[in-house]
Design a protein around this ligand. Sequence first.
Ligand SMILES: Cc1cc2nc3c(=O)[nH]c(=O)nc-3n(C[C@H](O)[C@H](O)[C@H](O)COP(=O)(O)O)c2cc1C
Ligand code: SF4
Ligand code: SF4
Length: 286
Amino acid sequence: MKNIEIMYFSGSGNTEFVARSLCRVFGEKGIEKVSTTRINSKLTGDIVFSEEVDLVIFAYPVYAFDAPSIMYSLARRLQSESGLRAGILICPGDSTSYNFTAAENFARKLKRKGFDVIREDFVVMPPNVFSRVSDCVASRLFRKAEDRVVEIAEAYLGEKKRRLRPPLLANIISVPMKGKNIGDGIFGRAYRVDEEKCTKCGICVSECPVSNISIRDSGETTFGWKCVMCMGCIMKCPEKAISHPLGFVTVERYDLYGLSDSKDKADCLPDKPKGYYMRLKKYLQE
Ligand SMILES: Cc1cc2nc3c(=O)[nH]c(=O)nc-3n(C[C@H](O)[C@H](O)[C@H](O)COP(=O)(O)O)c2cc1C
Ligand code: SF4
Ligand code: SF4
């Protein structure tokens, strides 16, 4: 393997962190050419890979036990490939196997396009919706992610295949979840900017994957109907100037790269973990 392309979609930055780490590790392991491409609405037209590419890895977060809708739009524009090796890397906010439908569904699309899907992997990252974990827990997840990408890179280089198998019930649950896309646009329209805090830095505008945010000549920041509910604007605004009427849905930003550098080894999981924390503990110990 000499040439690897990593295509990733990332709203609040978790998947970007994982994709870039994986890119770095492949480089350290002697792969001649590894590149990353961020998936956003500016990536238009047919997606054609050079004949020199040996492997394409698609990385993305999990939304409602499925792949984000932007991934399916991308899949429709992928040129049919005869046997090009592909991999899937999901970055959910929970380590439940119900999330594996997000890999299974997208793998099916890739196979229909003629890709040879050789691996499906997951790296659990801090949740960016509903409930925020502490910085200590987030930092442990980032460090674990760094170990996971090394294992994943080695597995690819060792030609080890892997498929993520969701429980049967997961497929039934993920079907009604598909209605989510309809609500996204409405959700996004309701974002508000505190003009007192906003410095007009433009980060939210440039980072929105679907160009849904604009700053008017009057200085007012406005949101259109194209939101995909990625949480990027709210979590990337350095001034914490963006809010939403459904405040319980949004979570405060994590200092991604700062957390990853943290040397804090404290065990910050509850003594008797249940549910999410029980799954997390198992994942962190794997
Ligand atoms: C609308 C929405 C739905 C989500 N649904 C799930 C889910 O079903 N399962 C899960 O584990 N995480 C879920 N998450 C959490 C994200 O998948 C997770 O935090 C991810 O690492 C974010 O990646 P990003 O920063 O690259 O966007 C959801 C997040 C959003 C915004
Ligand atoms: S990222 Fe925050 S501070 Fe910067 S323009 Fe957007 S709302 Fe304003
Ligand atoms: S407006 Fe919607 S799509 Fe754009 S960054 Fe914010 S949450 Fe993501």
